[in-house]
Design a protein around this ligand. Structure first.
Ligand SMILES: [Zn+2]
Length: 374
């Protein structure tokens, strides 16, 4: 992966290149950034850069023997550790799948990855104690050819207590080793690990950076690109999944849903639930994310700073009316139920039952707020 293949993040790229060129490369680093920020891609590009035989001041050369192997993710001194699901216990058992998934989408998230290795994944992902011991073993061997034998640990959030096995290694890796932890949420990483790594904070992508990428890479028209960028909120991975979805379809579906919830017309609601449940988990998950954004926006229209609202004109018109059914009380309840629903979707809950329950709940909450207001 070359730096120039990664969207935006120019400031971070320059910083990483400068770090590499001081010659004092910290042996344990933590790249922390939101989902879709490119933190994993940046970690790989950085590892490629420090191992490149003839790097420039802007990027790896892309053509030396080291770069060629890095670009295919097959360099013998590039090691990955990623979350797995039973029966898999170690990354090496799913390495071919991982390489393929990563080459296909360097912005991949944990949900997509775990679906790749087990499409019925309702189990929790894990980085096992066996994997941790394997990391120690493989890093204790001398490198084949690289300047830095590199270990990338993607999502140390999944290490839980088995992470303690790694503490000594992270504190003092063997000579010529570079360990990069790539995390989304440091609150979920055990503190003893955090304290042993140098942290590099990767910011969210800016709307302009996202929109530009959508126009260039995906040939979106400018208006659509900026609409999607606004919704994706700095997450390129999310933006990619939004492209394939008809944005107007989202809004239509959402506005109908809220009407059916409130009106309590069971037959119409049932039909809507059947339709949404038939669209598949990835779509449903994105749709629920969209619903959360719309609900927050409606609340901001009523109580907050309208400048913070990230919606288009048609959405705004709907939300102005819809906001009269929201107050401080029911907003929290509705949002936390929507969050729970996303977790349910990820854990393979029955979508029809999930949406029926959620609809009845939202309907009740909306009516209560209206009653309180009148
Ligand atoms: Zn090179």
């Amino acid at each position: 992966m070359l730096f120039k293949q990664i969207i935006g993040q120019n400031f971070i790229k320059e910083k990483l290149i400068a770090m590499a060129n001081t010659g004092r490369i910290s042996h344990t680093q933590l790249f922390v950034g939101n989902e879709g920020s490119g933190n994993l891609a940046l970690a790989i590009a950085y590892a490629q850069y420090v191992n490149c035989i003839q790097p420039s001041l802007q990027d790896s050369c892309g053509i030396c023997s080291s770069c060629i192997k890095f670009q295919k993710l097959i360099h013998p001194d590039l090691h990955f550790t990623v979350p797995t699901i039973s029966p898999y216990k170690q990354t090496k058992e799913v390495l071919a799948d991982w390489r393929e998934a990563l080459l296909n989408n360097p912005y991949i998230n944990d949900f997509q990855w775990l679906q790749t290795i087990d499409s019925n994944a309702n189990k929790q992902g894990n980085i096992t104690a066996e994997e941790c011991r394997d990391i120690i073993n493989r890093l204790s061997l001398t490198s084949y050819e690289a300047k830095f034998k590199t270990q990338i640990i993607w999502l140390p959030e999944y290490l839980h207590l088995s992470g303690n096995i790694l503490l000594k290694l992270l504190e003092e890796p063997p000579e010529g080793t570079l360990i990069i932890l790539v995390a989304n949420n440091t609150e979920k990483v055990i503190p003893t690990i955090l304290s042993r790594a140098q942290t590099i904070k990767i910011p969210k992508l800016k709307d302009e950076e996202l929109a530009e990428a959508l126009e260039k890479i995906h040939h979106c028209l400018p208006q659509k690109a900026s609409d999607i960028a606004r919704l994706a909120d700095g997450d390129y991975n999310h933006a990619q999944s939004l492209i394939s979805i008809d944005q107007d379809g989202y809004f239509d579906s959402y506005s109908s849903w809220m009407r059916f919830c409130f009106s309590g017309k069971v037959a119409e609601l049932q039909k809507w639930v059947d339709e949404i449940a038939g669209t598949g988990r990835e779509y449903v998950k994105n749709f629920l994310g969209y619903t959360i954004q719309m609900t927050r926006a409606a609340f901001l229209i009523k109580y907050g700073d309208p400048n913070l609202i990230r919606v288009n004109e048609a959405e705004k018109q709907f939300l102005v009316k819809f906001s009269s059914f929201l107050n401080e009380k029911n907003l929290d309840h509705i949002l936390s139920n929507l969050d729970d629903a996303i977790v349910g979707v990820e854990r393979n809950a029955n979508l029809k039952i999930l949406f029926l329950n959620l609809s009845l709940y939202i309907g009740t909450q909306l009516k209560m707020a209206q009653k309180a207001a009148s």
